[in-house]
Design a protein around this ligand. Structure first.
Ligand code: KDO
Length: 333
């Protein structure tokens, strides 16, 4: 009895195994990709994330589960790199300022008046300079940069009335900057009195007068509605800013070659969408802000450029910049 039962059991097990071997492979569970950003829904670098999701669904159907978390609700602004490094987050859009906390060489891209315009930015990061700097991020932080997006050219946006022509006019002006040393350094280099405030708290800080102003690209001033609580936009053009769409190395390593290509191409499509729309909108917004009652004007940009460049070149920060990198960046036309 016992013998025949176990024989039947054996035959049954073999048969099940044979059927399983013939059956088509079961689809694996989709890989979860949670993207965290402080961006507001109406800004282009938030709107580009559904483009990333849709592209990925087209080229690798069912293989990824992309979740988009805006407004810093999943991880606070600036904490995303550590979250990716600990394996707690799969994707984020990080800045050169975030990276330079761990890789001082990267503070070169936090310097005002280095990159000339979005085209220069794209060419620099597409060149051997960009490849070398991306490799540092991969090797030292274990983060894979998928592509660089244009965040826009940063301008001053103040709730004060007094016209600003030169850095001296910013003396004592409480200028909100994101909360890290390299950001505060930029605010100081501009001549202001920088104060660290998280992105999500800027609107209220402007409304209550806790700060006199903030700096951001014009599309962000529109998207986050800062124009509602400020009186002027000073077109200093002080930083051609970038946002790096990135993936945790631990997630990247799990992908096969086809999936890596699909993710990279989806990132490129998303960035293209962001860049085209943002660049177009940047040219239109001065008129919109004027229609909302704000003063919009160019200061003495050369005075700002001279002071900011000198401040960076004489700083401790620039000592960490790779030798010859400023010249290489300047030579890219
Ligand atoms: C900001 O806090 O001013 C900033 O523009 C800094 C950027 O690096 C980036 O974090 C951005 O905010 C957010 O994506 C919100 O637009």
């Amino acid at each position: 009895m016992f013998a025949s039962l176990s024989r039947r059991l054996f035959i049954g097990t073999v048969a099940t195994a044979a059927i399983a071997a013939l059956a088509p492979a079961q689809a694996a569970d989709p890989i979860k990709l949670r993207i965290s950003t402080p961006a507001v829904e109406a800004d282009w670098h938030a709107k580009m994330l559904p483009v990333f999701k849709q592209e990925l669904e087209k080229t690798a159907p069912g293989q990824f589960d992309v979740e988009i978390h805006l407004n810093g609700t999943l991880f606070k602004q600036g904490t995303e790199p550590a979250a990716m490094q600990r394996g707690n987050l799969e994707m984020a859009m990080i800045s050169a300022f975030d990276i330079s906390k761990q890789i001082p060489e990267w503070s070169i891209f936090t310097a005002g008046y280095l990159l000339r315009d979005p085209d220069h930015q794209r060419k620099v990061f597409g060149s051997d300079v960009g490849q070398e700097m991306y490799r540092l991020v991969e090797d030292k932080m274990g983060i894979k940069i998928l592509d660089v997006g244009y965040l826009g050219t940063r301008q001053l946006n103040l709730r004060t009335e007094k016209e600003v022509k030169t850095p001296a006019d910013l003396a004592g002006v409480k200028l909100r900057m994101p909360g890290s040393d390299t950001w505060l350094f930029l605010g100081k280099a501009l001549g202001a009195n920088p104060l660290p405030v998280a992105f999500g708290e800027i609107y209220t800080a402007l409304q209550t007068g806790a700060i006199d102003g903030q700096d951001n690209p014009l599309p962000t001033v529109r998207a986050a509605k800062f124009y509602e609580v400020t009186k002027q936009v000073v077109l200093t053009d002080h930083l051609v800013d970038a946002i790096f769409l990135s993936m945790a190395g631990s997630t990247w390593k799990k992908l096969d070659e086809k999936q890596k290509a699909a993710v990279t191409n989806a990132a490129k499509a998303a960035v293209r969408f962001n860049n085209e729309n943002r660049i177009k909108e940047e040219t239109e917004l001065a008129d919109f802000f004027k229609s909302q009652g704000l003063k919009v004007y160019k200061p003495d940009v050369e005075a700002f450029r001279a002071q900011v460049q000198k401040t960076y070149l004489e700083s401790e920060l620039s000592k960490a910049w790779p030798k010859g990198m400023v010249d290489r960046v300047n030579a890219i036309k």
